[in-house]
Design a protein around this ligand. Structure first.
Ligand code: IPE
Ligand code: IPE
Ligand code: MG
Length: 229
């Protein structure tokens, strides 16, 4: 059994497009089904006794390279998701937090994100983090720039950890679905000692039963952090 309980979970949700293509559907259908899975996984995490935060990679700084129609659809889906989710966040005592540079989004979507954060800021059972227009390198660079702007001339690891946008400095477990085994610029600083789990399931087919198995797998691992155990 691990003596490092699972507190901070991160998920690279991948495979929405392939899920839709396998069914002869438009990629947008995969994103729609994927959003439902986020809801189920978040509810699981809110009920879990040790999970404090779950961070989903929803839109990377590189995802602007996709066709405008798909990007526009993802923006509308996010707006709809947050609108529908507010009641569930309140019911499950979940705080919502966005990381990434949301200034690139429409004023309406920025407003939706800010009001959802504000309305849920006192909720304590879980923090549900969505990475939106997020890139791990960009996050580190802006943390360093913020420290320089404050007049720092020498920067420590603790300085950077606290200047990052995430409410934690270390991820315990990173899951990526769809069989791809890469990090794609996600939480680069925070995953330095994370456990990794790569699932072949496409994100729209991912279930809380599989998550439960992955969490059990995590609990069997020995995390050494460079020491001996
Ligand atoms: C992940 O699924 C969702 C986003 C990146 C927004 P993809 O859209 O990357 O799906 P695949 O990788 O093309 O199957
Ligand atoms: C990573 O998935 C980004 C998100 C899940 C939001 P991608 O599908 O964009 O990553 P690559 O291009 O396969 O590395
Ligand atoms: Mg992908």
């Amino acid at each position: 059994m691990t003596d490092s309980p699972l507190r901070n979970l991160a998920i690279i949700m991948d495979g929405n497009g392939r899920w839709a293509a396998q069914r002869g559907l438009n990629r947008t259908k995969g994103h729609e089904k994927g959003a439902e899975v986020i809801r189920e996984v978040t509810t699981y995490c809110a009920k879990h006794p040790t999970i404090e935060t779950v961070t989903f990679y929803a839109f990377s700084t590189e995802n602007w390279k996709r066709p405008k129609l798909e990007v526009d659809f993802l923006m509308r889906l996010l707006d709809r998701y947050l609108q529908n989710e507010l009641e569930t966040y309140q019911k499950n005592n979940v705080r919502f937090l966005a990381i990434g540079d949301i200034n690139a989004f429409s004023k309406k979507l920025q407003e939706r994100i800010r009001t959802t954060e504000e309305a849920t800021k006192s909720n304590k059972d879980l923090t549900h983090v969505l990475a939106l227009n997020y890139g791990g390198r960009a996050e580190i660079v802006s943390a360093v720039n913020r420290l320089l702007a404050k007049g720092k001339t020498e920067i420590t690891e603790t300085d950077i950890s606290t200047a990052l946008q995430t409410p934690y400095s270390d991820i315990d477990l990173l899951i990526r679905t769809s069989g791809e085994e890469r990090v794609s610029n996600f939480l680069l600083w925070q995953i330095s000692y994370a456990e990794f789990y790569f699932s072949h399931t496409l994100w729209p087919d991912f279930t809380t039963e599989e998550l439960d198995e992955i969490v059990t797998d995590y609990e069997q691992r020995t995390r050494r952090f460079g020491g001996l155990k």
